[in-house]
Design a protein around this ligand. Structure first.
Ligand SMILES: Cc1cc2nc3c(=O)[nH]c(=O)nc-3n(C[C@H](O)[C@H](O)[C@H](O)COP(=O)(O)OP(=O)(O)OC[C@H]3O[C@@H](n4cnc5c(N)ncnc54)[C@H](O)[C@@H]3O)c2cc1C
Length: 491
């Protein structure tokens, strides 16, 4: 029987699905609108500076290990990772704090900031370890199609230990009172998805992943992971067709039979879309075939969008690490302006990635490549004047905090804003990381992997299970591949 599968999109979820399906003997072709693979994790080089366009934090290395092991391979067969130490720097209102990668040094750091907090952190991380083990090894590997998937699971038995019904904000405050420690523990959920008070305490598994799992750097940048997966896919026989921008899915008798683009029409037995879920349904499918209405999407809570500046500086900068978080402005106000009262932030928190601090190959000698990211509410209108205002603001802030001026040493700048997320990735309201991680948008409450009306149409990626982030997208590709295999087996 023919098992021809077409996948729209070559981000992490599309690459992952392609590898798993090719391993199952499917004839897989990926159609990608861009001229290179990787989606949000593409890389570009200009004026001698190299930038990962999206993800930069390599967390949960065990998930990457498992992915490659599923194909009888090791991560080190494709790329090299090194643990960053210190993990990252946070610049608070009263100065910088380096977050040690060594756990004993981290306990000491906590104790120095708040007496008694080291023991509390130990207990907090023990609980987080339990959540990580159940969350990342059981919960996220469920397709989220029905509640029955969870009935016999450790998850269901240990639901109270998993803290699904408490918020992470109150969970953290039960153990810690110092605002710096609270911010340190809250930032992973805040940056990736929702207000800590609306995020289940289950997500303290992110703290386990940060503090125990560690922050790693794939040499060459996150693109090395993309390249590794691309290479594996090619080895498994996956075909890639770049510069193919799909603009219609044709259906006959409740079966997807063809995708249409300007320069290519393709036929298949099964279609998997790893493009933005909302876009696939609302723009590529006729209304009667959609899983969800426009109103459904309007009522979803989205994770933030971002305003990003890729900057080349023709001198070395002191007092920066590979990852630096600027929490020198009001945390609550910025959170409020992202999630509660969406508007351009008054004085945003900033994330700065400078991979040239650890990698000599990403900037000309004596220079730095900066990627500055401001999390913002989705769907804000951006324009050059707004970008310029924030550019000036963040450069001044960084100059002040590191004690060096470099505005006149900027030799390269590229901006990437909400409108670019929409243009480049067909992203719903310009979201950068999909849906917010709230309880009502977790697991079975996420948009489903399968189309309920068209039996051979499937979805994968950050808007479906298990959610946003590179490791979840690897898992999403595996989950959708299992559903496709089930479909073929039923025939
Ligand atoms: C700025 C930023 C920073 C991030 N930081 C981190 C981080 O540090 N760590 C982490 O783990 N995660 C991070 N994330 C999240 C993570 O990058 C994403 O969740 C993940 O890469 C999404 O993968 P995906 O396959 O779902 O989607 P995408 O990467 O968007 O892939 C979808 C693909 O579909 C293609 N496509 C879309 N429409 C069409 C069409 N009509 N025809 C053909 N092709 C089409 C797109 O071009 C794209 O290649 C970050 C994301 C962003 C944006």
């Amino acid at each position: 029987m023919s098992k021809k599968v077409t996948i729209i999109g070559s981000g992490f979820s599309g690459l992952s699905a392609a590898c798993y399906l090719a391993k199952q003997g499917c004839e897989v072709t990926i159609l990608e609108k861009h001229d290179s693979v990787g989606g949000r994790a593409r890389q570009f080089t200009s004026d001698g500076f190299t930038y990962d366009m999206g993800p930069s934090w390599y967390w949960m290395p065990d998930i990457f290990d498992k992915f490659f092991a599923d194909f009888g391979k090791k991560v080190s067969d494709y790329y090299v990772i090194e643990r960053l130490t210190p993990s990252y720097r946070i610049i608070y209102k009263d100065g910088p704090l380096d977050i040690p990668s060594n756990i004993d040094e981290l306990y000491l750091m906590f104790e120095n900031i708040e007496t008694g907090s080291a023991a509390k952190l130990k207990k907090f991380l023990k609980e987080a370890e339990y959540k990580y083990n159940i969350g990342m090894h059981d919960l996220v590997y469920k397709p989220g199609l029905s509640l029955t998937e969870f009935l016999n699971m450790r998850f269901f038995r240990g639901i109270f230990k998993l803290d699904v019904f408490n918020s992470i904000a109150s969970h953290i405050r039960k153990s810690f009172t110092n605002p710096k420690l609270i911010q340190l523990l809250e930032f992973p959920v805040l940056f990736l998805g929702a207000l800590p008070k609306n995020t289940p305490a289950l997500y303290s598994l992110m703290n386990y992943s940060d503090m125990i799992g560690g922050t790693w750097y794939p040499k060459g940048g996150m693109i090395s992971v993309v390249n590794g997966m691309h290479k594996l896919a090619l080895e498994l026989g996956v075909k890639f067709e770049l510069n193919v921008d799909v603009n219609k899915i044709n259906i006959i008798e409740n079966k997807a039979i063809e995708v249409v683009s300007k320069n290519k029409n393709a036929n298949f037995d099964v279609l998997v879309s790893s493009a933005d879920y909302n876009f696939t349904e609302q723009k590529l499918l006729d209304k009667k075939y959609r899983n969800y209405s426009a109103n459904y999407w309007e009522t979803r809570k989205l994770a933030p969008s971002s305003l990003i500046f890729y900057i080349g500086v023709n001198k070395k900068l002191p007092n920066l690490l590979h990852h630096t978080l600027f929490f020198d402005e009001d945390f609550d106000l910025h959170s409020h302006e992202i999630y509660t009262d969406p508007k351009w932030p008054t004085n945003p928190l900033i994330y700065l990635s400078c991979t040239s601090q650890t990698d000599n190959n990403v900037a000309p000698e004596g220079c730095e490549n900066l990627m500055v990211l401001i999390p913002i509410a989705p769907n804000l209108k951006d324009d050059k004047a707004t970008n310029d205002k924030y550019f000036d603001m963040v450069i001044s802030r960084i100059e002040k905090q590191i004690g060096v001026s470099f505005k006149d040493n900027i030799s390269f700048r590229r901006d990437f804003a909400t409108s670019d997320f929409i243009k480049d990735y067909n992203s719903f309201k310009g979201n950068a990381y999909g849906l917010a991680n709230t309880l009502s948008q977790t697991a079975i409450f996420k948009p489903k992997l399968i189309n309920k009306k068209i039996s051979n149409l499937f979805y994968t990626g950050q808007l479906t299970v298990p959610g946003p982030g590179v490791p979840p997208c690897l898992i999403s590709g595996e989950l959708v591949a299992q559903q496709v295999v089930k479909y073929f087996n039923k025939k």
